[in-house]
Design a protein around this ligand. Sequence first.
Ligand SMILES: [Zn+2]
Ligand SMILES: [Zn+2]
Length: 255
Amino acid sequence: MDYPSKKSFTNKPTLKGLSLSAIKDIFFPRSCIQCSGPVEESPYQYICKTCSQFLVLAHPPNCKICGYPFLVDKILSKNCPHCAELTPSFSRGYTLCLAKKTGRQLIHNLKYNNGLYLRKDLETIIHQLPHLRKICQEAILVPIPLRPTKLRERGFNQSHTFAQVLQKTLNANIQIENALNRTRFTRSQSTLSRELRKKNIRKAFALSPNINLDLKKKYILVDDVFTTGSTANACAKVLKKAGIRSIELITLGYG
Ligand SMILES: [Zn+2]
Ligand SMILES: [Zn+2]
């Protein structure tokens, strides 16, 4: 029987000199949320280099309502065709990425797979969109509240998590205020048509009790996805009625 020589023991690779995160990567290799492959040489922690190419960030210029990035230089309209007919109660909307392929997976994992570990990757995305700093400067972020049953199920509100990452990353003197409440049971919006969504969401929100609004400040609603804009619009209406004059919207993804 062959025993390893003493020399081979002493030449074993050591973990000395490696950073804590490098050591962690050896024992718990990170896999990509989109393809499950290993994540190496990628700017992201949980998106591999290949899948990061399918993460379309919403660099300006954008649609003024949903934030959809116009992928051409010459803009003929301020709004995308999807928003042409919309006259929402918020004045501007921004988004971070398209909710397609890797973007969709990112939002899905954040929402349904206890995705708090994705905060670092959200920071990486925000760093690539420096115009957001000016937009959020001195603003009050208002996360759109989840239905109480969903909050209990999930344990956290992904819009609140997103607002916290914006606050931490942008360093723009941002406040977060849970200024809104759900007022009554509403069906999940995801299976409804645009018309039914509007009806379903009407009067679903109210100001939180004992909230002190600063009418001079800009309030930015924070949501995970812009689909038809009806949820954000219902929330904007409540803020507008309360006297807020500057209301904008920021979503993690469009689509
Ligand atoms: Zn991948
Ligand atoms: Zn649009």
